[in-house]
Design a binder for this molecule. Structure first.
Ligand SMILES: O=C(O)CCC(=O)C(=O)O
Ligand SMILES: [Fe+2]
Length: 290
């Protein structure tokens, strides 16, 4: 027989769950999707939860914290790893493979994969008014991997002359494009030691570069220095931290020409370090066929 104490306990449990249940659910809701399995089954693109810090205003360079979750990172790495090949260098007019300037591995990522399309949509929404709907494109994502000694020497991501879109070859349309901006996202950094595998911008200056070491943020500024440092040869070097990304604008807004101050390098990964990252290069189109 059920005792009065059991009935009381049961009623209390029901009442408490009815009261606290919705509160607990609403607290968990933003995190539930990122806890789903990495197989892709049942994955639904969650709303973003990144935060941003403006590093430089001119050119615009923004540090993005937690652009992707660890589930998203590992799924992208798993997806792209079997596709990796020696990296081409496309910025200088030809797609030379095996260049000594860029010794990493890379792979285009299929845009129809649910993780890739989710991150591209996130990137596109981050870009806001930089892309014109119906004309411009977010482009194809690229996975890159660096192992011992691999690097990408100083370069720009923009093309010195806009390129013709290969996809137009069959239609006779002649659309010219350039990479208006870059989102460079670190997905994995295994055994990547301090001072190695960084992304270095020799001309980057902090907004608050006024000769003093710290910004107005005080302790907050100290905290942020975990993510980047002043490089001994000038500019700023950003550490490879999984989930975090760099966003910068490659082209001058007025005439669409490339901004030389966006020069950057992927510094060598040393020892048994492995850095895996993702490039997103949104395209703006020019010319009468755009
Ligand atoms: O590896 C890096 O830190 C930068 C890579 C890069 O600049 C590129 O792939 O275009
Ligand atoms: Fe680059």
């Amino acid at each position: 027989m059920t005792s009065p104490l059991q009935i009381l306990t049961l009623s209390l449990t029901v009442a408490l769950s009815a009261y606290f249940g919705p509160i607990i659910l609403s607290l968990l809701a933003p995190h539930i999707q990122s806890l789903l399995p990495s197989s892709g089954d049942g994955y639904q693109c969650p709303p973003h939860s990144y935060t941003t810090t403006i590093i430089s205003l001119d050119p615009l360079l923004i540090y993005i914290h937690n652009f992707v979750s660890s589930i998203e990172s590992s799924s992208l790495v798993t997806l792209g790893t079997p596709l990796l090949e020696p990296s081409p260098v496309t910025g200088y007019g030809s797609d030379a493979k095996g260049s000594q300037a860029r010794t990493s591995w890379s792979a285009p990522l299929p845009s129809d994969n649910e993780f890739v399309s989710c991150i591209l949509a996130r990137a596109e929404s981050f870009m806001g008014n930089l892309l014109l709907a119906g004309r411009d494109e977010i482009g194809q994502a690229q996975l890159v991997r660096y192992t011992e000694g691999q690097k990408f020497d100083l370069h720009h991501d923009w093309f010195s002359r806009p390129r013709l879109l290969d996809d137009d070859a069959e239609t006779g349309r002649r659309r010219l494009y350039n990479r208006v901006a870059t989102i460079f996202l670190t997905l994995e950094a295994k055994n990547v030691t301090e001072g190695t595998g960084e992304t270095w911008f020799p001309f980057a200056k902090r907004v608050w570069a006024d000769g003093t070491k710290k910004g107005a943020g005080g302790e907050e500024a100290d905290e942020k220095e975990k993510y980047w440092r002043e490089h001994e040869d000038g500019g700023l070097a950003f550490k490879a931290i999984p989930g975090n990304a760099l966003f910068w604008v490659n082209l001058f807004p007025g005439n669409g020409s490339g901004d030389g101050r966006t020069l950057h390098a992927g510094l060598p990964v040393k020892g048994n370090g492995v850095k895996t990252a993702m490039n997103i290069w949104p395209r703006v189109f020019f010319g009468p066929d755009a």
